[in-house]
Design a protein around this ligand. Structure first.
Ligand SMILES: *Cc1c(COP(=O)(O)O)cnc(C)c1O
Length: 412
């Protein structure tokens, strides 16, 4: 009991200290909420849009309007907003396969991309059906020694085959800093200066609504993200979105469905209502998640751990990395998060080989939507430097309660 009081005290002091960072979040959330609400008003969203279609899903008024709304939010030409994307990886994969053709080259400019994309690209696994299997080559521009984009070497990595540049905004399971909108703008300008017809594709997973601008506004040609992360606000139970230049979105639609019909089909059943509501709430939920991430960052740094980003650093995504330097602590951290979850609190996650990942990964998340990492999740691959990645919470209060448990159990 005494210990719990001490922890509570530690948290209250931290909350006092981090207020200045929270104030900045509040500005961003106000801005984004207004932007989203305005898109609802401008598109005359009505109850009839909340219904879905069955069968082929031709002329789905709700779906078509939802896509217009998403285009307005991101300031893009066209969008594909669908429940049929099985995951973020699948969504990103539709962009890559939709656009790239044999002989083309893909370049990842911020180091290696997210773990699950390696099998899509074909650098790991059997490669059957991967980009490599289709004769699409791939290069990675390694980061500099201080984990920034290597602008000096960039020209050497772009050649006449380079069709598409992949810019991953969020860090993934990596301690490199996430790439904020200002940096994305700079990367795109550099790339286009070297080869103006290079398609700049931003993996926007975990980034939505963390800043007032989104990647299309700074020159990205196409972006993609997942509904079971930021963009679904913890509400939308499945799906993904792709948005950007019409021609590119059209190509991704042909890949998701089939040439001839493209994105004109795809029944939505109950998706539209959940998607509208999720997007509407997302700016608020992202603010809650960021508040929690800042608290965790402050507390763990104070306790002597390396954290990234630091509590007062600028943020472009909701992921908080905490280097625990020890696999046992990673497990204990995840167990405590799981124990504090509304769903499946009685389970204990174990590090396991998960499809798509190379290392064993431990994932805690007792969520209403399976695998939804915006609700509250902590995960990490069991590899050096044994960092845990916290995606902090559909509500700040929930993270706060869970964090007390983490701090109580960590050294037991
Ligand atoms: C989560 C994530 C993905 C993949 O999304 P899944 O839904 O897990 O397949 C891709 N890129 C980044 C940066 C991510 O955070």
């Amino acid at each position: 009991m005494k210990k719990e009081l001490e922890i509570l005290n530690e948290i209250e002091q931290a909350e006092e200290k981090i207020k200045s960072s929270w104030d900045k979040l509040s500005y961003i959330a106000n801005y984004n909420h207004k932007k989203v609400l305005q898109a609802f008003i401008d598109n005359n969203i009505g109850t009839h849009h909340l219904e879905g279609t069955t069968g082929y899903g031709f002329n789905d008024l709700g779906r078509e309007t939802l896509e217009k709304l998403v285009s307005q939010i991101f300031k893009s030409e066209a969008s594909l907003v669908r429940p049929h994307f099985a995951s973020g990886t699948h969504t990103i994969s539709c962009v890559l396969f939709g656009i790239l053709r044999p002989g083309d080259e893909l370049l990842s400019v911020v180091g290696k991309p997210y773990d699950t994309l390696e099998e899509v690209i074909g650098v790991r696994g059997k490669g059957y059906g991967s980009l490599a299997d289709w004769g699409i080559s791939y290069k990675v521009l390694p980061l500099t020694y201080d984990n920034t984009v290597d602008y000096d070497k960039l020209p050497d990595f772009i050649n006449k085959k380079t069709k598409l540049v992949l810019i991953q905004r969020s860090r993934g399971y990596d301690l490199r800093p996430s790439v904020n909108i200002k940096e994305i703008k700079k990367i795109i300008q550099y790339v286009k200066q070297i080869k103006s017809d290079t398609i700049c594709f931003v993996d926007n997973c975990y980034g939505e609504f963390c800043e007032t601008e989104e990647p299309i506004e700074v020159g990205a040609d196409i972006i993609a993200g997942s509904f079971i992360k930021n963009f679904g606000g913890g509400i939308t139970p499945q799906g993904g979105y792709i948005t950007g230049k019409s021609e590119l979105v059209f190509k991704a639609g042909n890949r998701l469905y089939t040439p001839g019909m493209g994105a004109k089909v795809g029944a939505t059943l109950g998706f539209n209502r959940a998607a509208f509501l999720g997007i509407f709430l997302a700016p608020h939920v992202v603010e809650e998640a960021l508040k929690g991430a800042i608290l965790a960052s402050y507390i763990f740094e104070k306790r002597g751990y390396k954290v990234s980003p630091r509590w007062d650093e600028y943020r472009t995504d909701i992921v908080q990395a905490i280097c625990l330097n020890n696999p046992e602590l990673v497990k204990k951290f995840c167990w405590s998060i799981q124990k504090s979850s509304p769903i499946d609190s009685y389970l204990q996650p174990i590090p396991e080989k998960i499809d798509g990942y190379n290392d064993k990964v431990i994932m805690a998340g007792g969520t209403f939507t399976e695998g939804s990492s915006i609700e509250l999740s902590a995960d990490g691959p069991l590899r050096e430097p044994y960092a845990v990645y916290l995606q902090a919470g559909i509500s700040y209060r929930y993270l706060r309660i869970a964090l007390i448990k983490v701090l109580k159990n960590l050294y037991e």
